[in-house]
Write a protein that binds this ligand. Sequence first.
Ligand code: MG
Length: 203
Amino acid sequence: MKIICIGRNYPQHIDELNNERPENPVIFLKPDTAILNKEQAFVIPEFSNQIEHEVELLVKINKVGKYIAPKFANKYYEQIGLGIDFTARDLQSQLKSKGLPWEISKGFDGSAVVGAFFPKSEFTSLENLNFHLEKNGEIVQKGNTNEMIFVIDEIISYISQFYTLKVGDIIYTGTPAGVGIVAPNDVLVGYIEDKKAFELKVM
Ligand code: MG
């Protein structure tokens, strides 16, 4: 399986990182070794002093597809989940400033928290879905899918022009504003609406 991530999909997050609004979805991949199951603790890697949380809605692909039209994209997923795209922001900034690929700052071991998935039928509208992240009991990130620049079906369609989607692939759909640093002993809890998707300790 592969993990496909979308960057810069929420206007307020683009502003907080001083990035430009993209014309097309910004795509990057994480290897399967990046997956951190929701039962595991996240260990801060020694190569970074600035690991930041990015809470994101996840989509799990359940059918092989290539060149999927947006209007048919909803047939390629049944489950929605929540996860964290952990980012070594210091490393990413260094690599970005040199114009180099910043893949290692996003794809390192444990950087892809995968929480619980729920059938999409449990939600009334995927285009008006609230999710949030709590750090040590306080809400630090709050998003609604109605803020997305590219909605789920457009994302699937766009990705599938370049990468064949396969059963079990997971798409990270971008983070809302409020990304921030994590420290040892932090506890991160994620919710889609009122459903708890993960609870994770930082070490
Ligand atoms: Mg992200």
